[in-house]
Design a protein. Structure first.
Length: 101
């Protein structure tokens, strides 16, 4: 699966955590052990980031994928590419998708 967090010359990051962010213990749709595994795997791979699950399956006409705000707030300062994007002022914050009822 290809993600488009980098588009229009910007790295797209959610402006706030989505309603079911994996970094919210009481709201996440997966168990904490799975989140820890995802974080370890992402950190181990240079240039990786966590794409927000609520932006994974958007239609092409919608806003597109974005970096998880939970990831950005907690681990973005340890991510060299994210720090470079911030330094270059190419981080674009986008609203989370509307929560489906």
């Amino acid at each position: 699966m290809t993600h488009n967090i980098f588009r229009d010359g910007k790295v797209h990051v959610l402006s706030e955590e989505c309603a079911t962010c994996i970094f919210k213990p009481h709201e996440r749709p997966v168990v904490g052990a799975r989140v820890a595994e995802l974080v370890r795997g992402t950190i181990a791979k240079d240039g990786s980031t966590v794409v927000c699950h609520s932006t994974l399956f958007v239609d092409e006409g919608e806003q597109g994928n974005a970096v998880c705000r939970g990831w950005f707030d907690r681990l973005g300062q340890k991510d060299n590419l994210m720090m470079l994007a911030e330094h270059m002022n190419i981080v674009e914050f986008q609203k989370p998708p509307e929560k489906e009822e």
